[in-house]
Design a protein around this ligand. Structure first.
Ligand code: PLP
Length: 282
C-alpha cells in the first residue's frame, strides 16, 4: 500500500483523510510544491523548499517545521514507496476551522505529502509536444505557488480536449507561462523566457536551465514575447520540475520550424539530465 505523510505521521494513503472544513478544500487557502525524484533521490529539494517558505510567507502561513525536516520526509516517502523516478508532492493549507473568509484566530496548518512514479529519463513526450494558446484568466499573484488552481484546471482541460499537451497562457497576446510550466522560445539563436515578476511563477527548472544555458554559452534574454513570436520561433520548449526541458514542436496548428525538437532544446535537455544524474547518483 502506498504510504503518504499527513500532519506528522506516515500513513497508508487510503487511510489519510482531511476534514471537510479544511480551508484548502473550502477556499484553496494553501500552497504546494512538486520536486522530482531521480535515482531514488530528490532533485533540487532545497530550492523547492525555499520557494515553499516564500509562498507560505506571502500568504502568512505559520512555519511548523524546518525545510530540512520537510526534505527528510519527502526523501523518506520516495524511499518507502520505492520511487526511483518520479515526484514528491507536498501541500500546506491554513487548516481546519469554521468557514469564514478571514484567517481563523488559532488554527494549525494541515500538511501532507506523497510520492508518485513518473517516467523522467524515458519521458514518452520527449519527442515534442503541442501547446494550445488560451487567455490567462488567473489572479495577479502568480508568483505564489497557490493551490487555488481552477484557472489552470480549466486551461489545461481545454488544451487536452483539443489534443494538446499543455496550455500556453497569454495576457492580450503576450505569453505568461504554461498551465504548469515555464515557456521558452529561440529566435535568431537567442533564448527568450519571461522575466520574473508577480505575473509568473519563479520556476526552479527555469532557474537551473538559465544557469545551464549560460554554461553552454547560449545567449539568453529574460524578456516577454508574444504568441505570434512563439508561432514564428525557430525552437520552443517548456520547463517544469517533472518535465525537465521538454521540446514543443507545435503551437496551436503551427509547427515550430520543421516540427522537430531544436538543437538548443536537445542540448539543454541533455545537460539537464546530466546535471540531475550527477546530483542524485549515490
Ligand atoms: N509555472 C507554473 C504556473 C507552474 O505551475 C509550474 C510548475 O508547476 C511552473 C511554472 C514550473 O515551475 P518548476 O520548474 O518549479 O516546476
Amino acid at each position: 500500500m502506498p504510504v503518504c505523510w499527513l500532519n506528522g505521521a506516515f500513513v497508508d494513503e487510503h487511510e489519510a483523510t482531511v476534514s471537510i472544513f479544511d480551508r484548502g478544500l473550502l477556499f484553496g487557502d494553501g500552497v504546494y510544491e512538486v520536486a522530482a525524484v531521480l535515482n531514488g533521490r530528490l532533485l533540487d529539494a532545497d530550492r523547492h523548499l525555499s520557494r515553499l517558505t516564500r509562498s507560505m510567507h506571502e500568504i502568512a502561513l505559520p512555519v511548523m517545521q524546518s525545510e530540512a525536516e520537510w526534505i527528510e520526509i519527502m526523501q523518506s516517502l520516495a524511499t518507502q514507496n520505492g520511487v526511483e523516478e518520479g515526484l514528491v508532492y507536498l501541500q500546506v493549507t491554513r487548516g481546519v476551522a469554521e468557514r469564514d473568509f478571514p484567517f481563523p484566530p488559532a488554527v494549525t496548518p494541515t500538511m501532507f505529502a506523497y510520492a508518485r512514479r513518473k517516467r523522467l529519463s524515458d519521458d514518452p513526450n520527449a519527442g515534442g509536444v503541442r501547446l494550445l494558446t488560451v487567455p490567462d484568466i488567473r489572479w495577479v499573484r502568480r508568483d505564489i505557488k497557490s493551490t487555488s488552481l481552477l484557472a489552470q484546471v480549466l486551461s489545461k482541460q481545454t488544451a487536452r480536449a483539443n489534443g494538446a499537451f499543455e496550455a500556453l497562457m497569454h495576457d492580450d497576446g503576450v505569453v505568461t507561462e504554461g498551465g504548469a510550466s515555464t515557456i521558452w522560445i529561440v529566435r535568431g539563436g537567442v533564448l527568450y523566457t519571461r522575466p520574473l515578476s508577480r505575473d509568473v511563477l519563479a520556476g526552479i527548472t527555469r532557474d537551473v536551465t538559465l544557469a545551464l544555458a549560460g554554461e553552454a554559452g547560449f545567449v539568453v534574454r529574460e524578456r516577454a514575447f508574444t504568441v505570434a513570436q512563439a508561432h514564428a520561433a525557430t525552437e520552443c520548449f517548456l520547463t517544469s520540475a517533472t518535465s525537465f526541458v521538454l521540446p514543443v514542436t507545435t503551437i496551436d496548428e503551427t509547427p515550430i520550424a520543421d516540427g522537430a525538437p531544436g538543437a538548443i532544446t536537445r542540448a539543454l535537455r541533455t545537460a539537464y539530465f546530466a546535471r540531475g544524474l550527477s546530483l542524485t547518483s549515490r
